[in-house]
Design a binder for this molecule. Sequence first.
Ligand code: PAF
Length: 285
Amino acid sequence: MKILRTVKEIQEFALNAKKAGRTIGLVPTMGALHEGHLTLMRTARAKCDVVIASVFVNPTQFGPNEDYEKYPRRFAEDEKKMETVGIDAVFHPEPSEMYPERYCTYVTVEGDFTHKLCGATRPIHFRGVATVVTKLINLARADEAFFGQKDAQQVCVVRRFVEDLNINCHINMVPIVREPSGLARSSRNEYMSPEERARAAVLYESLKLGKAAYDKGERDAEILKKIVRGRLEAEPFVKQIDYVEILTFPYLDDIKTVEGECLMAIACYVGKTRLIDNVILGQGE
Ligand code: PAF
């Protein structure tokens, strides 16, 4: 497994793979790898000739009061985990390599949907994500890129700009990987105390209640949201609910009645940790 730290190194690696006629899969991550990331990597491994993972805590997607400084960084451990999946190369640049002096170009997805869900409380987040993912796809010459469904809005944003900017890369969305309690795997889970972590299972429990009502035939979005919110509100460890939403997927339009594929998504704080989770209703129906 090659470790690439500079723009020049990843460009050379990708060019050589392309010249040899190989398909390239990219798995962008911010490190602190867990089973969710490794599942993305295994999916990429099965689909592409060459797999490049990136480990980069991207400063431009964090707001001023967010957890950029605190975000876990442990590259040595990550390296060992990636070895077990058979990654070909890891791109692990310094922030100054990605954003050198005089850097001033950003990708902004302007659709209304970027201001919904996490965009409402994280106003610069998706601009940072769109910018870094554009750079990574470009650097890796990726034919395929792999993202987790946990960040479903991120997938919608990436698919939007890839289509709008005619970027020749297929965006794969890989199902959520959960802890035995049902809690969606996330690098931020480790911010919680063991008790908070156990109580955080309420996110998925509340979504499952909504899904069960949907499965019984309920299609009124307000009623479904009330069911989900009710379960979250009953958990004393849930300190603040950012949103409980049901929107069309992948365009994230508002709806009154659930029809076709819809994203049922929640964000809330357990203690001081902000968590998100979602379920897609109507998938494959
Ligand atoms: O999902 C993440 O970890 C990040 O938003 C990503 C896609 C690696 C971009 O920094």
